[in-house]
Design a binder for this molecule. Structure first.
Ligand code: PLP
Length: 465
């Protein structure tokens, strides 16, 4: 027997008629009801009593009961602001018995009513790997957040998987790829390793190249990869100028937009074709999930989606749910990371131990003008260049911090600080900042407590000189 749903009669699978005594919830809770039946049920099988009370219609691909409330926000409304989109996007309480959030579907097999339905694949969902109500909820929420130019969103098991899958989707053997020298190092490893083995060549370019990118584009240049700002060195790229030059020569633009997220950088409006998120960072927001997303425009979506399916990539439902849950509070968290990060960056600028603070929202940062023009906010991630001092003193500084953890990643609620040096992997530019460098992630702690921690760290640095 088909399972009863809110406010509706249960329908017997065998006879197609309503089962006596089996109904759920009151109809008053709903303003409109309908029963959607499998397309292979003859109309006469419907119990006339119920057919007169509820609208019965055939659904070509799936069977479900729907209840709708006229006042439900339409997430596709162009007027909705990003903070509202974060809350309403991808939600469909009517399809989930009225519950605010979608269920976490642990699935593999989808059952079909008949052999004919199976052979014709007549089902809303085909197979666990090919999408579920849980995965659709996050995909739809992100698509609505990205805006109308976004044709689809693919979910991947990590940020790096999102990057590698997007590149694999676009590139063929013999193609040439341009990648910013400031790129996340594992992206570089993928290009120099896997892509090279498949006959794709990569040229790294100066992140500050702007329109000069045109001179590097060859007849076989298929894609340009940007990351703004670089997540260690914080050079800001002129994405619109690079995208215009790439498009003029027939190349596609991919962007790692993890630092700003779709909230603070509208990638599609700036000419990006595929926008990538390491959702492990701010979207997850709690350092408890690995997740990646690729948002694609109309020109690239089909190829991306075909590649994801061909590779058999999918994400476990619990991880998707954590991403969706994180997304709902992204707006308030990111605003706090932005505010706290800027306060501490300004404080660090005044410290005698610090030579420079690499934070695009600071007027002293070389990329500031581009940030002001193209971004509507900043995250909590930036770097500092210390005045020359021995590595042992830098380690003493970091080891003394108790509120800042030492570890990879960022975007969670907690503060982090790590030493880094880009010199060994740069190929198109020279990394010579003039002193040791430390990357800092400002979490959601009280900024005065964080400043107190940093003060103790600087005292340890002085003692270790
Ligand atoms: C800028 C950037 N992009 C992508 C990634 C990869 O994300 P994940 O760790 O989820 O693979 C990271 C991870 O640190 C990152 O910093």
């Amino acid at each position: 027997m088909r399972r009863p749903r809110c406010g509706l009669p249960a329908i017997s699978e065998r006879s197609g008629t309503a089962v006596k005594g089996l109904t759920v919830a009151s109809r008053d809770a709903m303003t409109q009801c309908c029963v959607i039946v499998p397309r292979n049920w003859p109309r006469k099988q419907l119990d006339q009593k119920y057919a007169s009370k509820f609208e019965a219609r055939r659904e070509p691909s799936h069977e479900e009961y729907v209840m709708t409330k006229k006042t439900d926000a339409d997430p596709s409304q162009p007027s909705l602001r990003p903070a509202t989109r974060l809350v309403v996007g991808g939600r469909d309480p009517a399809a989930n018995h009225g519950f605010v959030n979608p269920p976490v579907h642990h699935v593999s097999t989808v059952l079909y009513p008949t052999a004919e339905d199976f052979l014709a694949r007549r089902s809303r969902y085909l197979y666990g790997r090919r999408g579920t109500p849980t995965s659709e909820a996050l995909e739809n929420a992100l698509r609505e957040l990205e805006g109308p130019a976004c044709a689809g969103v693919a979910l991947l098991p990590s940020g790096l998987a999102a990057i590698s899958t997007a590149l694999l989707a676009l590139l063929n053997a013999g193609d040439h790829l341009l990648v910013t020298d400031s790129v996340y190092q594992p992206t570089r490893n993928f290009c120099d390793g896997v892509l090279k083995r498949y006959g794709i060549t990569t040229t790294y370019y100066d992140p500050l190249i702007g329109t000069g990118i045109a001179a590097l584009i060859r007849p076989n240049t298929r894609a340009v990869f940007v990351e703004a700002p670089g997540s260690l060195s914080f050079e800001m790229q002129d994405v619109p100028a690079i995208a215009a030059a790439a498009h003029a020569m027939g190349a596609v633009v991919l962007m790692d937009n993890t630092w700003a997220s779709p909230l603070y950088f509208r990638a599609f409006d700036k000419g990006v074709d595929l926008s990538i998120q390491a959702a492990t960072k701010y979207i997850g927001g709690h350092s408890d999930v690995m997740l990646g997303t690729v948002s694609a425009n109309k020109a690239t979506w089909e190829r991306l989606s075909d590649t994801v399916h061909a590779l058999g990539l999918c994400v476990g439902p619990d991880d998707i749910y954590l991403g969706l849950r994180g997304l709902r509070t992204l707006g308030v968290r990111l605003a706090q990371h932005y505010q706290s990060g800027l306060k501490i960056a300004r404080w660090l600028e005044q410290r005698p131990e610090v030579a420079r603070v690499l934070h695009p929202a600071l007027a002293s940062c070389p990329g500031h003008a581009i940030w002001q023009r193209d971004f509507s906010g900043a995250s909590g991630l930036f770097s500092i260049v210390l005045k020359p001092v021995a590595d042992t003193a830098v380690h003493a500084f970091l080891n003394e911090l108790s509120l800042f953890g030492i570890g990879a990643s960022w975007g969670g609620f907690e503060s982090l600080a790590i030493p880094f040096n880009c010199a060994s992997f740069r190929t198109a530019t020279k990394w010579a900042p003039g002193g040791p460098t430390v990357r800092i992630h400002i979490g959601l702690e009280d900024t005065d407590d964080l400043i107190g921690d940093l003060e103790r760290g600087f005292a340890a640095l002085a003692a270790a000189r």
